[in-house]
Design a protein around this ligand. Sequence first.
Ligand code: A2P
Length: 325
Amino acid sequence: MINVAIVGATGVVGEMFLKVLEEKKLNIDNYVLLASSRSKGKKIMFMGKEHIVEELTEHSFDNNRFQYALFSAGASTAEKYAKIAAQNGCIVIDNSSCFRMDKSVPLVVPQVNMEDAYEHFNIISNPNCSTIQAVVPLKVLDDKYKLKRVIYSTYQAVSGAGKKGIDDLENNTTNKFPYPIVNNCLPHIDVFLDNGYTKEEMKMIEETRKILKKPKLAITATCVRVPTLNCHCESITVELENDFKIEDIKTLLNNSSGIIVLDDPKREIYPINTFVNGTDEVYVGRIRRDFSVENGINFWCVADNIRKGAASNAVEILENLLNNK
Ligand code: A2P
């Protein structure tokens, strides 16, 4: 029997876990949906039957009840309960930032470093949404041309800030963001750190280095929240060690697993949020030589941050673990 816990099942990512699991039909016998006391008793239709949400408690994982758990309930919930789950023989795939930089915890994007996922102590981390979509094309470029320097500029949708973030855009409130997100771009995601970067920016920098196994990679980031509902867009500027032909880069990216190139400027074709919404691929376009440096390229990268940037990535990790058991 394979029993799986979905922790944070009532949140934006949690609800997407359910949708992606329904689509994928993995070989799992039983699912239990967990959330905070606020959602206890809530009824959710899932896999064709009614599930009653349980309150997450210290005893939720007693008696080795679950073999796997998908967590998306924030870092403080993960800190306490993912550890309890892991101690009770449950393999946790956690979407929060809690364990990502822990050396003993693999940080995994299946197309990039699935091999790392097998070296775990019952906790596997799902990277930050902005990192996931960026490392998919960066890994391909690194394998062939070697990355020298990366500059990220992000345009991140409000869904990445959960239900309160969506609410601020839809109702022009300021419950999640410090200023109205309607009509504004806010260069501020997560908290500010002493070095002048935000935590989101440092997550992108550090997680990219960890996933690509390049601890000294020169990399910087500016992360911006913009008034879009879903899908993160990123302008990525890369310096490569080796020279390239721009057409070869386009072909290479287009032939890579999980990437779709949409790049035809003459026909005004490039990835945009509403087209990418609801998909699991990373879309790239505007691929062009950066004339300001040697061996530089610029490209535009868009992915559904709730699917590939969170729920689908975690479910893909689970799927791979199940298939390789
Ligand atoms: P709940 O809906 O009961 O508050 P989002 O960020 O999209 O709002 O989702 C956060 C998810 O994490 C929700 O499912 C929320 O449950 C859950 N969550 C938040 N805090 C806790 C907690 N202390 N214990 C269990 N689940 C939590």
